[in-house]
Design a protein around this ligand. Structure first.
Ligand SMILES: NC(=O)c1ccc[n+]([C@@H]2O[C@H](COP(=O)([O-])OP(=O)(O)OC[C@H]3O[C@@H](n4cnc5c(N)ncnc54)[C@H](OP(=O)(O)O)[C@@H]3O)[C@@H](O)[C@H]2O)c1
Length: 306
């Protein structure tokens, strides 16, 4: 299958494209001149440019699109809600309409944080979202725009970790960077989430395409833990001092965007549809560690345009 991946320089898009390149599918990544020399084809495009979506689909003629591009920084969304709306809400709807008109498969990436986390328990796809901030509100609108323009599309709500081009995009890199330099790393004890390793997510998303799934799915990890516990697991696996992971509360943090305290999401619908278990955080951290020992972060950064 010829798969167009938007956000090819991003945490998800780059890992997905690198892991799938050379496999049974052909990857074409959409880039804004951040990358060069990648083992997959690149096409330059600003997705907010005039008629960007139809132009791109006509130029690449993919069988499917995995749409990861977004304004995914919560603080940046609070500071610039107009751009957040264009990228996170309007663009997905335009892309979905363009894919629908050409019968191109679409997996649109959304977020676990559409829920306010105000109640205990595990959220399913049937629960009513209540986004706590600009990022989550625009992402929720993006989901709705996609499914109304193209009901056969997939919307996948995710939360993931891994190595990134900048070396500081993910929560796992935040802990790694601080702990490896013997700096304390506060971790929230009052935020629960279900992170999935980006490689496991990439594999899951491609399986969703191959199975021609449609509709809304939670595509997170199968294990819930606090951000503090996640930091401890990283510390232990890499042999860093776990005492440097400092218990902290989101209430005392300087982050401006509101965060949901409970992002436990059920993956039952997805594992049933795929006929397989969705991996949890333990095997994910093992792969994150193995990639570090194999020089994957350095290899990834060698694709950064200078
Ligand atoms: N990271 C997480 O744990 C997490 C959690 C929940 C949901 N998500 C969702 O997962 C998806 C991927 O997130 P991520 O962390 O991989 O994001 P990211 O690292 O911030 O990457 C965003 C990507 O979007 C591209 N982009 C932004 N504006 C663009 C434009 N106008 N034209 C073309 N490309 C543009 C960026 O390109 P440049 O490099 O050129 O700026 C970059 O490649 C997003 O939909 C996000 O909302 C992420």
């Amino acid at each position: 299958m010829r798969i167009l991946v938007t956000g090819a320089s991003g945490l998800l898009g780059l890992n997905l494209s690198l892991l799938m390149a050379g496999g049974q599918h052909t990857i074409v990544g959409v880039d804004r001149s951040r990358l060069s020399g990648t083992p997959f084809e690149l096409i330059q495009a600003d997705l907010l440019g005039p008629d960007a979506c139809p132009r791109l689909l006509e130029a690449v003629r993919p069988a499917a699109v995995i749409h990861t591009a977004a304004l995914a920084n919560l603080e940046a969304c609070e500071a610039d809600p107009g751009t957040a709306r264009l990228l996170n809400a309007d663009l997905p709807g335009e892309l979905a309409a363009a894919c629908a008109g050409r019968s191109i498969g679409l997996v649109h990436i959304s977020t676990d944080s559409v829920f306010d986390g105000a109640r205990e328990g595990i959220y399913t796809e049937d629960d009513v979202p209540n986004p706590p901030g600009v990022y989550s509100a625009t992402k929720l609108q993006g989901e709705r725009n996609v499914l109304s323009a193209y009901p056969e599309a997939v919307v996948a709500r995710v939360n993931f970790f891994g190595w990134s081009l900048s070396g500081k995009r993910s929560l796992s890199e935040y802990f790694y960077n601080n702990l490896s330099s013997s700096r304390p790393a506060p971790g929230f004890t009052d935020i629960w989430f279900c992170p999935i390793f980006v490689g496991d997510l990439a594999d899951t998303l491609v399986r969703m395409l191959e199975k021609s799934l449609s509709g809304l799915y939670h595509a997170v990890g199968s294990e819930a833990l606090t951000k503090y516990d996640f930091g401890l697991r990283i510390a232990r696996r890499f042999g860093f001092d776990p005492g440097l992971v400092v218990p902290a509360s989101i209430q005392d943090s300087e982050l401006t965007a509101r965060r949901s305290p409970n992002l436990r999401l059920s993956v039952h619908k997805l594992s049933t549809a795929l006929g397989r278990e969705i991996p949890g955080v333990s095997t994910g951290i093992e792969q994150f560690y193995t990639q570090a020992t194999q020089g994957y972060p350095q290899k990834m950064r060698s694709y950064q345009q200078v």
